[in-house]
Design a protein around this ligand. Structure first.
Ligand SMILES: C[S@@+](CC[C@H](N)C(=O)[O-])C[C@H]1O[C@@H](n2cnc3c(N)ncnc32)[C@H](O)[C@@H]1O
Length: 345
């Protein structure tokens, strides 16, 4: 109390209140950076999942298991204890409810942001033109797949799985399957379905194979390293494919022009003449709308912009589908989450 009075005496009440309020306003921004950096370090070393395990973990075991530096580990845990995410007591660390909630549905948001962290680490060089995306810095492919897979479990996968089930899909080819998150969801939701995943990124496919090995539905799933622009061999091996799904994969090529996607849709029709195509894609939100309601799509748009990925509107997806000579048989666009789903024949 005396300290507060002394500050008011020195600064005056109005200034003391203003300074306090402005620091309070600044804190979430700075803290977001510090908390994310700490969580990512724990995530990448496997320590985060050990802390999240029932009962938490012994700090010594955490350090020895991950060969972690004791002082740095203790600094991170003390900080996370201070902000109310973990409790460190008697040599044990356990997650508090706040951390458990952050690592439930929003976990993918942290993982997806970690995928783009190398870009933020080089942002000054990108800004001054000393570095170029793709040449000097890349996003982390594995975490793109993991993060987007976790995020899509909340709405995109339930919507698409429902569409595939209602349209009678039995053998599903998923393009840009990432860590197989959609196909695992689908195999769980539709017990009769058989699934083939393809992804062009070799480390992602290695990770997908690890995920598959531990999956109870592995008998109905397979994964291949393949480029979706070159699927002639897969089409020959699997003429029974009757559903070709792609969740947030096509837009990765929009920077090369809509013709690239239109050509791909035509080719897919040629390779898999019996199949319905299921397109799940981001639908760009007008900036004025995001300004009024600054949802996580602001970060999403920023990550895409910085890595030269183009996001387009629902109208343009409809136009590309039409230009490929295909027809939309069902459509659901959710403006609230900036995502659209099209079943195409
Ligand atoms: C944004 S992620 C989406 C991952 C996944 N569909 C999901 O639901 O989480 C895009 C994925 O497409 C993959 N990809 C990009 N180009 C591809 C291509 N030409 N052929 C196959 N996969 C591709 C990437 O490696 C990445 O895993």
């Amino acid at each position: 109390m005396n300290q507060a009075l002394e500050i008011i005496r020195l600064l005056g009440l109005a200034k003391a209140v203003r300074v306090k309020r402005r620091f309070d306003e600044a804190l979430p921004h700075v803290r977001g950076y510090a908390v994310c950096s700490c969580l990512w370090a724990l995530l990448e070393t496997g320590a985060l999942d050990r802390i999240l395990a029932p009962g938490g973990a012994a700090v010594d075991a955490l350090r020895a298991g991950g060969r972690l530096d004791r002082r740095v580990l203790e600094s991170i845990l003390t900080y996370l204890d201070g902000v109310g995410l973990v409790r460190v007591e008697g040599g044990q660390v356990r997650p508090l409810l706040k951390l458990l909630r952050l690592m439930a549905e929003p976990r993918g948001f942290f993982e997806l942001t970690y995928a783009y962290e190398p870009i933020f680490a080089k942002l000054r060089d990108l800004l001054t033109g000393q570095a170029r995306y793709g040449r000097d810095v890349e996003r982390r492919g594995k975490y793109v797949g993991r993060g987007s897979g976790q995020l899509c479990r909340t709405l995109p996968y339930p919507v698409l799985a429902d569409m595939v089930r209602r349209h009678g899909g039995r053998v599903v080819l998923d393009l840009g399957c990432g860590d197989l998150a959609f196909l695992l969801f689908l195999a769980e939701a539709v017990p009769s379905v058989r699934c083939i995943g393809v992804d062009v990124d070799a480390p992602t496919v290695v990770y997908a194979r690890e995920v598959l090995a531990a999956c109870p539905h592995r008998g109905r799933l397979e994964v291949h390293e393949a480029d979706m622009f070159d699927l002639a061999a897969i089409a020959r091996e699997h003429p029974e494919v009757d559903a070709v799904t792609a969740v947030d994969t096509y837009h990765e090529y929009l920077s090369e022009g809509e013709e690239k996607i239109i050509g791909l849709l035509r080719q897919l029709r040629g390779w898999f003449p019996r199949a319905l195509l299921y397109v799940g894609e981001f639908c760009k939100q007008p900036h004025e709308k995001l300004r009024r309601s600054p949802t996580a799509f602001l970060e999403h748009h920023l990550y895409h912009d910085l890595t030269n990925q183009v996001i387009t509107t629902a109208e343009r997806w409809r136009a590309m589908i039409a230009a490929a000579g295909l027809a939309i048989v069902e459509e659901k666009v959710f403006d609230m989450v900036g995502h659209g789903y099209f079943v195409v024949r």
